[in-house]
Structure formats: structure tokens, C-alpha cells
Design a binder for this molecule. Structure first.
Ligand SMILES: *Cc1c(COP(=O)(O)O)cnc(C)c1O
Length: 355
């Protein structure tokens, strides 16, 4: 498919102060769109000026939530190259989400090539400062103007780009996490393993309640027994125990993070024992009480590694590693960010240059 291109003739001023970028607030001059119509497949790929779109008030996504998304980043290296980190993983996951939500599959390699074209057009928007990046948001939604419930016949796939700042401007600080025991985010058999808006809608209430008592994120337990740990907000989670590193196994309710997979591979390459298994909140409490919970951290594209300094389950407030960044958290953060920024040799073949 040939990608049509319409240049933005009134480009915006780029942000001058990169320390004020924050996350997801400003968007570049262009975006990518392609459409799906039943009988035609995906068609009309184009890069156009960034701007509002017009859809019917009856568009199915607004009523029944048939939509999926992805999140990845482009990094500018010191020597001026632009790198993506494992984009094939994001597009494979997009198709896995598509499959679950009855959204037609996309051509993964075409989408990656189209993404590279879009990034090249808006290359000057990639920030330069240490730790900054261009956040990439691909998404697909159902657009049939129809109030009946069925899988869409008309969909849009779009990609928007947002220059984003350092996630932790004051450095890698441990966060406070609240273990949620009333609400659940997802259950096995549901959509937990997909990146779909509905999972986030389901999480807002617990997130709000936790924020009101000064916890930055919620740790989800499984929806059946409210016992086994699943993940934190938009991050997977790891526990460094005595002699073993544990991350919850992928049971269908947990999102299979690209950062999670990369951490497992890195840790194993360093000789650590990493087990993907069931881990209950009781086991974490016991390990903490016995002084065997050495580190806990979250993993995700936005923050990369987020050390956990405090974990609260009901009335038990657990301080982890003296509220300091652990050795393993720091090593993973340094290794992953160095790879992403092209500072160390990529022996894993994880980075893809945009050129
Ligand atoms: C995106 C996401 C993650 C992290 O995945 P990465 O691919 O590492 O960014 C974890 N949990 C949820 C619920 C997510 O949506």
C-alpha cells in the first residue's frame, strides 16, 4: 500500500523548555490514519496534519468501547540516530488485542514501516535532553454509526506522537503502592491481557481512592480469590526475594509488558533466577516480615523501572529496602535506558533504527 502524504503547512512552534514537557500533553504536526471497511480490508493509509477528526455520535466505540491501543517510544541518540525499542513486540501485541476484541488484524511490518515514515516527517519533534523521548500512541477504534452490538465493519487505525519529558524529573524515586482489595481490574477470560481502554476505565475508581490517601498507584490482585498479585496500574511487577526474582505469570488477566519481557531476559543473562509464577499477597507479607523482600519494582514503557518504597495491604504498611532504590532496580534501569538511547552495544538486537 502506498502512503499518501499531506504536509502540515502551518506547523506549531516546538516546545523550548524540554524540562516542562511532561507526558502526553502536546502533539506533533502530523498523524497517521488508515481505514478499514468490510470487504475492502485496511485501505487509504495517509500521513496528514495533526488535528481533530470527525466521527458520528453513533460511532460504536463511543457506546461499546471496541478499541485497542499501544504505547512505545522513539529515542534520539547522542550521535543523532533515532531508535525504536522492540516495535515488533508492540505490533504483535496489538494484533493479540485485536483478536480478543474482534478487530481485524493489521499488517505488522507495514505498520512499522508506516510508523517510521511518520517519525521521519516529525523527526525534529523528538526532544534532545537526557531521558526524554517521543511517545508513540497507535490506536484502533470502531466507527460504524450503529447502536446495535456487533463487531465493527468500519474502523480507523491512527498513530499520534507526543514529545515527552523525563518520567521522574527528580531522579528514580521509589513510589508508594496501595494493594487493592475491593475492586478488580480484570479476570482470567476477560480482556486483561489486551491494551484496551475498558481496562483503564475499570481501574479509575481504585486509582482515585488510592490517590486520595497519597498512594501513587494500585496493585491489583486476581479477580477470583483476591489473593494472587497481577500488576500495578500500567506496569508489571517484580519481587526480589532471597535467592529468586519473581514476577506474576501471564494468566490472561495480566498485560504482557515488553519491558517485563526485556527485564526477564536481561536478569537471566546476568545469571539471576527469574520465575514467572503465582505469588500471593500473603507470600509477599511473609517475605517482608522475614526480611526476605529485598526489592520490588514496576516495569513499563513510560517509567521503564519504578522502584517501590512502600506497599500497603489493608493495615499493613510495608517499607521496602528502606525506601531506597535497590541495586537490581537501578541496574535494570541503567541497562535498559542505555540500550534504548544507543549508548551501549545492543547484543540482544532489540533496537530498530528509523532511517
Ligand atoms: C502497557 C501496560 C503495561 C506495560 O507494558 P510495556 O509494554 O512494558 O509498556 C503494563 N500493564 C498495563 C495494564 C499496561 O497497559
Amino acid at each position: 500500500m502506498e502512503i499518501k502524504f499531506e504536509r502540515n503547512t502551518s506547523p506549531k512552534a516546538k516546545p523550548q523548555d524540554e524540562s516542562q514537557l511532561g507526558f502526553g500533553k502536546i502533539f506533533t504536526d502530523h498523524m497517521f490514519i488508515m481505514e478499514y471497511d468490510e470487504g475492502m480490508g485496511w485501505h487509504s493509509p495517509r500521513i496528514v496534519p495533526y488535528g481533530d477528526i470527525s466521527i458520528s455520535p453513533a460511532a460504536m466505540v463511543l457506546h461499546y468501547g471496541q478499541e485497542v491501543f499501544e504505547g512505545l517510544k522513539a529515542y534520539r541518540t547522542k550521535d543523532g540516530r533515532v531508535l525504536l525499542f522492540r516495535p515488533d513486540k508492540n505490533y504483535a501485541r496489538l494484533n493479540s488485542s485485536n483478536e480478543r476484541l474482534c478487530i481485524p488484524q493489521v499488517d505488522e511490518s507495514f505498520c512499522i514501516e508506516a510508523l517510521k515514515e511518520l517519525i521521519k516527517v516529525d523527526k525534529d519533534w523528538i526532544p534532545h535532553s537526557e531521558g526524554t523521548s517521543l511517545y508513540i500512541r497507535p490506536f484502533i477504534f470502531a466507527a460504524d454509526p450503529f447502536l446495535g452490538v456487533h463487531p465493527a465493519h468500519k474502523l480507523y487505525y491512527m498513530v499520534i506522537l507526543s514529545p515527552s519529558g523525563l518520567y521522574y524529573p527528580e531522579g528514580l524515586n521509589p513510589v508508594k503502592i496501595y494493594v487493592e482489595s475491593s475492586y478488580v481490574r480484570a479476570v482470567k477470560g476477560g480482556m486483561g491481557y489486551t491494551k484496551t481502554g475498558g481496562n483503564y476505565a475499570a481501574s479509575l475508581k481504585a486509582q482515585n481512592d488510592a490517590a486520595a490517601i497519597n498512594y501513587s498507584q494500585v496493585l491489583w490482585l486476581d479477580g477470583v480469590e483476591r489473593k494472587y498479585i497481577e500488576e500495578v496500574g500500567a506496569m508489571n511487577v517484580f519481587f526480589v526475594l532471597d535467592g529468586e526474582i519473581v514476577t506474576p505469570e501471564l494468566d490472561g488477566a495480566t498485560l504482557p509488558g515488553v519491558t517485563r519481557a526485556s527485564c526477564i531476559e536481561l536478569l537471566r543473562s546476568w545469571g539471576y533466577t527469574v520465575n514467572e509464577r503465582l505469588i500471593s499477597i500473603d507470600e509477599v507479607e511473609e517475605a517482608h516480615a522475614a526480611g526476605k523482600l529485598i526489592e520490588m519494582f514496576g516495569t513499563g514503557t513510560a517509567a521503564v523501572i519504578s522502584p517501590v518504597g512502600e506497599l500497603r495491604y489493608k493495615d499493613n504498611v510495608m517499607t521496602i529496602n528502606n525506601n531506597q532504590i535497590g541495586e537490581i532496580s537501578q541496574r535494570l534501569y541503567d541497562s535498559l535506558t542505555s540500550l534504548q538511547m544507543g549508548k551501549t552495544e545492543d547484543t540482544f538486537g532489540w533496537t530498530v533504527e528509523v532511517k
